[in-house]
Design a protein around this ligand. Structure first.
Ligand code: NAP
Length: 326
């Protein structure tokens, strides 16, 4: 056979597209595993993780022994990503460093190193590997011009995704709750442990619209399997906007307890953060206090326009089901 008659070899991106393989980076985490669950049955799914027995155990426990392949890689070590990205059609990026939002600069656990530079490395690896599409889990308030590291890092990561030249969707969840979260679960433990009062960091007046984790997972699935949200930024939060005090009151109600928030003054919490950030263990930091006590309300306009029949679970209904499963 002459060279001219040799069938041309499909390029990497065509091979990847036909495989339909989805790599969920951070798929062992809270949001990532909810996304994997929603994708299974629609796509073949592999998970990118730093690896180890704990990660494998988590996947096995949640999805069964053979359901999801684990690929080892670290977004802060770009050379580890090429092999993990082989044959992948779509990358869902939902990595965050352990202990977030409390940074640990000495261990490389910062928003700029993991969320921003890590996403940039994953995007570059995806381009090299011929990946077709990226879905990035950002957050409400992402803004590369912000003086706050979290918002800036998310904004920079979004830019890397937008400028990749690949198809993309960006999903910005608001405060997300559900089985396995590290916020509401802590509140539930505190409500159970302390009678009558709830120690609220700051005034408790920050406004949020909490979203149930499975709703975020379903939205990400839609962005992966369809093209309606290509090139779009979609914020997702619950339909109800409430204060943090109200979140606590309604969580306590769901547990059948009455609790009054006792507000620890913000300056005192910040002072505590400035001391604790000097200690090992990523307990608290000033920046984390500001992050935790800031308002973050998702704007649902784009979501409602692109997916007009998308249903969001109400807070009381979701929390009742979630507490029953604890
Ligand atoms: N939770 C929320 O309320 C919320 C709200 C808005 C936006 N978000 C965004 O959603 C994303 C996921 O959040 P989450 O709460 O699901 O986080 P999470 O539970 O802490 O999970 C983070 C995941 O990142 C992986 N990971 C950590 N460092 C890594 C690295 N260097 N390289 C590769 N993988 C690494 C971990 O896997 P291994 O340990 O197995 O490596 C883990 O699976 C984040 O970008 C977060 O900012 C979350």
């Amino acid at each position: 056979m002459t060279a001219s008659s040799t069938p041309s070899k499909p390029d990497a991106s065509r091979q990847a597209e036909s495989s339909g393989l989805v790599l969920v980076a951070g798929g062992t985490g809270f949001l990532g595993s909810a996304i994997v669950e929603q994708l299974l049955g629609h796509r073949r799914v592999v998970v990118l993780s730093r690896g180890g027995d704990r990660a494998r155990g988590r996947l096995r426990e949640r999805f069964g022994p053979e359901a999801v392949e684990l690929r080892t890689g670290d977004v802060t070590a770009p050379q580890t990503l090429d092999e993990a990205l082989a044959d992948v059609d779509t990358v869902v990026q939902c990595v965050q460093f352990p202990g977030s939002p409390v940074e640990a600069p000495a261990r490389g656990r910062t928003f700029l190193e993991v969320d921003a530079a890590g996403t940039r490395a994953l995007v570059d690896g995806a381009v090299r590997a011929g990946v077709r599409k990226l879905v990035y889990l950002s957050g409400v308030g992402a803004d590369e011009g912000s003086d706050r590291a979290w918002f800036r890092a998310k904004g920079l990561a979004e830019r890397a995704v937008r400028e990749s030249g690949l198809a993309f969707s960006i999903v910005r969840p608001s405060w997300t709750f559900g089985p396995g979260d590290v916020s509401l679960n802590r509140f539930v433990d505190l409500i159970k442990a302390i009678p009558f009062i709830f120690p609220q960091l700051g005034p408790g007046t920050q406004r949020i619209n909490p979203v149930f984790v499975d709703d975020v997972g379903r939205l990400v699935r839609e962005t992966v399997v369809g093209a309606a949200a290509d090139g779009q930024i979609l914020e997702i939060g619950g339909r109800e906007v409430m204060t943090m005090d109200e979140v606590i009151r309604r969580t306590a109600d769901a547990l059948g307890r009455k609790r009054s928030s006792v507000h620890v003054p913000l300056d005192l919490v910040r002072f505590g953060g400035s001391i604790l950030e000097l200690l090992p263990g990523q307990i608290l930091s000033r920046d984390a206090v500001d992050f935790i006590t800031a308002s973050a309300v998702a704007d649902l306009t784009a979501l409602d326009r692109i997916y007009p029949s998308f249903e969001l679970r109400g807070f009381d209904d979701a929390i009742a089901g979630y507490l029953a499963s604890r």
